[in-house]
Design a protein around this ligand. Structure first.
Ligand code: ATP
Length: 342
């Protein structure tokens, strides 16, 4: 049974005076299994935040079903919804911490609301402070903290009531790249060590690449594409997905870049796609040398996506035409190979 299951969910906001109504969510089916990290990406206005507000019952749906851990939450009374929300932690772009409280006081807040006895509360806060690496900052005020530390407090607070689901809404968008990586590493631990399911909303594909198992792409209130991160990166289907993937993966040189490269490099241009670790780059290059073909790497890059090699390399091949043809065939038997003929 999925932990979160949305079936044909619609959310329409009524028209503001003089305006028209907004169909923010237009028929979404989404299923998230316990233990998964799912990244929801989309441009501003795609409906990501609205979707998350439906999952934690901050907004009622217009129609459709939202099930959390098998329980339908549509139509529940406020008191029942509070119990559902207790099982869902949430972190935000701007951290949303209480400025008047210390780090300790911020983490204590949800425990106080839930009526957790003092001794247990203290134990819990102390454990959480150690987990997020802020034990020495327990009595600091929020203003004294860096952005990354603030988000770690936000994560500790979100985990206080032992939720099974954590919703992260643009949780690293206000942070610099290095701090972003620290917070993402902490979220990975939240998932791995505590077994908490995470839904991250982001417009940064890099966050999806380094954190999520699965990606869901939203556009104009609909899910237009979804799948395991590596699969979607390797083979994006929709234009919006291709635009997101292009922000982190060099596919092949564009028309202008290719013309500039051709002016500098002779020969045949081929794009090689490396997906996973089954084929070693050294074997591919050895195949070229075996056919007496010289080559230069002119575009692209290789990186690691969740422990797998991933990337596209464009090579300029130079040699006798028959040798080049044979070399391209040999390489094509190893990795997906495309000759760039523009
Ligand atoms: N309370 C509201 N009342 C009216 N319209 C709303 C409300 N909340 C969201 N919308 C509209 O719903 C659409 C989806 O907004 P939403 O915030 O969910 O998108 P998003 O993908 O999260 O974008 P962003 O990254 O900018 O937050 C937008 O057109 C937005 O203006």
């Amino acid at each position: 049974m999925p932990l979160v299951e949305l079936t044909d969910v619609h959310k329409t906001f009524p028209a503001a005076r003089g305006g028209t109504q907004v169909e923010a969510i237009r028929g979404v089916d989404l299923s998230v299994d316990a233990g998964e990290i799912v990244g929801i990406v989309g441009y501003s206005g795609a409906g990501k935040s609205t979707l998350v507000r439906l999952v934690n019952a901050l907004e009622p749906t217009t129609s459709g079903s939202v099930r959390i851990d098998g329980h339908e939450i549509t139509g529940l009374k406020e008191r029942e919804l509070r119990a559902v929300r207790e099982g869902i932690g949430m972190i935000f772009q701007q951290f949303n911490l209480f400025r008047s409280r210390t780090v300790w006081g911020n983490i204590a807040y949800p425990l106080e609301v839930a009526g957790v006895p003092k001794d247990e509360r203290h134990r819990r806060i102390s454990d959480l402070l150690h987990f997020v690496g802020l034990a020495e900052k327990a009595h600091s005020h929020v203003e004294e903290l860096s952005g990354g530390q603030k988000q770690r407090v936000g994560i500790a607070r979100a985990l206080a009531t032992n939720p099974s689901l954590l919703l992260a809404d643009e949780s690293t968008s206000a942070l610099d790249p290095e701090t972003t990586q620290e917070v993402l590493a902490l979220l990975r631990r939240v998932n791995r060590e505590l077994g908490i399911t995470i839904i991250v909303i982001t417009h940064e594909m890099d966050v999806v690449r380094s954190l999520a198992h699965r990606v869901v792409v939203m556009e104009a209130g609909r899910i237009v594409e979804q799948g395991p991160v590596l699969e979607v990166l390797a083979n994006p289907q929709q234009p919006v997905t291709r635009r997101f993937v292009a922000t982190i993966v060099d596919d092949e040189p564009g028309t202008e870049a290719l013309a500039a490269l051709r002016a500098r490099h002779a020969g045949t241009f081929v794009k090689l796609a490396f997906r996973g670790d089954e084929v070693r780059q050294s074997d591919v290059f050895a195949a070229l040398l075996e056919h007496r073909v010289r080559f230069e790497l002119v575009f692209g890059g290789i990186e690691e996506v969740q422990g797998d090699t991933f990337g596209n390399l464009t090579l300029a091949l130079d040699g006798e035409p028959d040798d080049v043809r044979a070399a391209v065939a040999a390489v094509g038997a190893l990795v997906p190979t495309t000759e760039l003929t523009r």
